[in-house]
Design a protein around this ligand. Structure first.
Ligand code: AKB
Length: 330
């Protein structure tokens, strides 16, 4: 923004640049609709186009533009970028860790081929591109407590492998072609919108079951510590990172987080509001995934380089998500 000074006072701010036009892929997943809301509040309703291959609910369409876009269809993506004069692409399409293990070939297509398509699109049309990575991009050889920004990454899930691939491809396109590739490694994201197919999903499901039934049957052991973040902090980190000046970015991929906790610790906080909450544990294959992941995520590079700071700690998160989930199940 360029301020206009008259007699030393700022009279009006002129925007020296128009708002970016943004395409969000995989828009009907856990992050998409709230991401669109946040970006629309900053850049205007019509500048943010949500896309997916799923038929949306009426409310989604009422909130702003929604289009069909299949990340495996390169020509269709080109058409969307050209027609809507897109400047930024937020690429959220992906199969998460647990579901990826159940359908490896689909995960390869969506997470790897889809990533190739959007990167090529970003190169051709000079788009700024955001791709989320994950704590799942680390594996049993990585230090777990804490896990630094730059360390060994040898994940053992197809989700993790596809995300390391995305990080490396994005960095390669940046160095080779100057593509403005930006990537944040997110921990488990906690929202009132239920995610699907992840290992950290328990930390959302527990709120629904605690309120509906006063009990939760957890598929992870009580002492499994994983890094987590409230969705509002997660999406704010995305926006702040996308608007961070190029000079401040020492890396193209940054760890971000807010807290770490175990199922036992989360249940204890929730039981302050729902004292009758009963926990049971029925461990499944997601435990093996969680056992290889970071316990404490070191996001000091993001805090240092572009000022990342979380707002929600565990107490604030539990209060907020309980209130939102209560509103939904009434
Ligand atoms: C998952 O559990 O697969 C995701 C993630 C941590 O990336 N929520």
């Amino acid at each position: 923004c360029r301020p206009l000074f008259i007699n030393g006072k700022i009279i009006r701010q002129f925007s020296s640049q128009r708002a970016p036009k943004i395409l969000i892929t995989g828009g009907l997943g856990q992050l998409g609709t709230q991401c669109a809301r946040l970006l629309r509040s900053k850049y205007g309703k019509n500048n943010v186009i949500l896309s997916d291959i799923i038929k949306p609910k009426e409310e989604i369409v009422e909130e702003g533009p929604y289009i069909f876009a299949d990340i495996l269809d390169f020509k269709g993506l080109q058409k969307a970028v050209v027609t809507h004069r897109i400047d930024w692409i937020i690429h959220l399409s992906a199969l998460l860790s647990a579901i990826g293990e159940q359908n490896v070939s689909l995960a390869v297509r969506v997470n790897i081929e889809g990533m190739h398509n959007v990167l090529e699109l970003a190169k051709q049309y000079k788009l700024r591109i955001f791709v989320p990575s994950t704590i799942g991009a680390f594996g049993p050889d990585s230090p777990r407590n804490p896990t630094p920004n730059l360390t060994i990454q040898r994940p053992r899930t197809i989700y993790g492998v596809s995300k390391v691939h995305a990080e490396l491809m994005g960095e390669y396109y940046h160095h080779k072609f100057g593509t403005d590739f930006r990537c944040l490694r997110f921990p488990g994201v906690i929202s009132a919108d239920e995610p699907g197919g992840g290992t950290t999903d328990y930390a959302v499901a527990i709120f629904y079951d605690a309120l509906r039934r006063g009990q939760y049957n957890c598929y992870l052991k009580p002492d499994t510590m994983l890094p987590m973040i409230h969705i509002k902090d997660c999406l704010r980190s995305l926006l702040e990172f996308m608007t961070a000046p190029e000079e401040s970015l020492k890396h193209r991929c940054y760890n971000v987080t807010a807290m770490s906790f175990t199922p036992e610790e989360l249940a204890e906080k929730i039981s302050k509001y729902i004292p009758e909450l009963k926990m049971s544990y029925n461990i499944d294959s997601r435990q093996l995934i969680a056992d290889d992941w970071p316990q404490v995520f070191d996001d000091s590079e993001a805090r240092k380089d572009w000022g990342w700071k979380h707002e929600y700690d565990l107490d604030k998160l539990v209060e907020d998500i309980l209130q939102q989930v209560r509103g939904r199940i009434r």
